[in-house]
Design a protein around this ligand. Structure first.
Ligand code: BTN
Length: 252
């Protein structure tokens, strides 16, 4: 039997609710969903401020899953990548179309962002207590309803496929995918996800911009490294391994 899915009509952030549940002892696999978020958190920072995740009511999926992975600290960082691979595959299986991944954990269709993943670790007195994997997916927002500043960069399953999707099925499939990814990581490590990431990689072979130690750089994305970073071929001939921060596909 699967642990419960807690459904809210509105919360600040489903990740905060799931972190609370985790601290209160919620079992591995418990999930929090909301129809709407008033303070959904994005991963990126903009001038020192966390980006707000666009979270309109009754249209999208805002899901956070409590995980208690049996992984040591060095392997826990692979969780977002593994989850990204599994979620992209699940959305494809539901007929979502050509869902791809932009390192480390953006979901894309074509040149537009479909969703994103925000993983947050929770530590207690005994060390790592667990991890919350939060996923936002634009599902039934018509293209014309995105706010003007997102309209060109963001997309939804409806916009791409011309039909409305059952959000409950997506929630169940995505939670299953996250649990499967966690189990896969425990059993075989990140190596087991590398090949799949490669086939889903939205950036490979494309020119990208990124920053290293505050210096802006460019190069051609060249796939996932064994450490879970992104290889970028610089025009100087060397390969840079990007381990943190943002990689932007040029022209997007
Ligand atoms: C990104 O910036 O790409 C990550 C976005 C993650 C958004 C989801 S929506 C559900 C969960 N709750 C949050 O506050 N954020 C994540």
């Amino acid at each position: 039997q699967q642990p419960p899915i807690m459904v809210h009509s509105e919360v600040g952030s489903t990740n905060d609710e799931a972190l609370k549940a985790l601290h209160q002892g919620a079992p591995h696999g418990s999930a929090v969903v909301a129809e709407q978020q008033s303070a959904g958190r994005g991963r990126r920072e903009d001038r020192g401020q966390r980006r707000v995740w666009y979270s309109p009511a009754n249209a999208n999926v805002y899901l956070s899953v409590v995980l208690r992975p049996k992984l040591d600290a060095s392997r826990i960082s692979g969780i977002t990548l593994a989850c990204g691979v599994a979620i992209a595959q699940a959305l494809r299986e539901l007929g979502g179309g050509d869902v791809r991944l932009k390192w480390p954990n953006d979901l894309y269709i074509g040149d537009r962002k479909l969703g994103g993943i925000l993983s947050e670790a929770a530590t207690g007195v005994g060390g790592l207590e667990g991890v919350v994997v939060g996923v936002g997916i634009n599902v039934n927002v018509p293209g014309g309803e995105f706010p003007a500043e997102l309209r060109d960069q963001a997309t939804s399953l409806l916009r791409e496929n011309g039909r409305v999707f059952d959000r409950l099925r997506i929630i169940q499939a995505v939670r299953g995918a996250i649990l499967g990814a966690c189990a896969g990581l425990e059993a075989g490590g990140l190596e087991d996800f590398m090949e799949a990431f490669d086939t889903l990689d939205a950036a490979r072979g494309r020119e990208v911009r990124f920053e290293q130690e505050g210096v802006a750089m460019r190069g051609v994305a060249d796939g996932l490294s064994a450490q879970g970073g992104l290889w970028v071929k610089r025009d100087t001939g060397e390969r840079a391994e990007v381990m943190a921060g943002e990689v932007t596909i040029c022209g997007l």
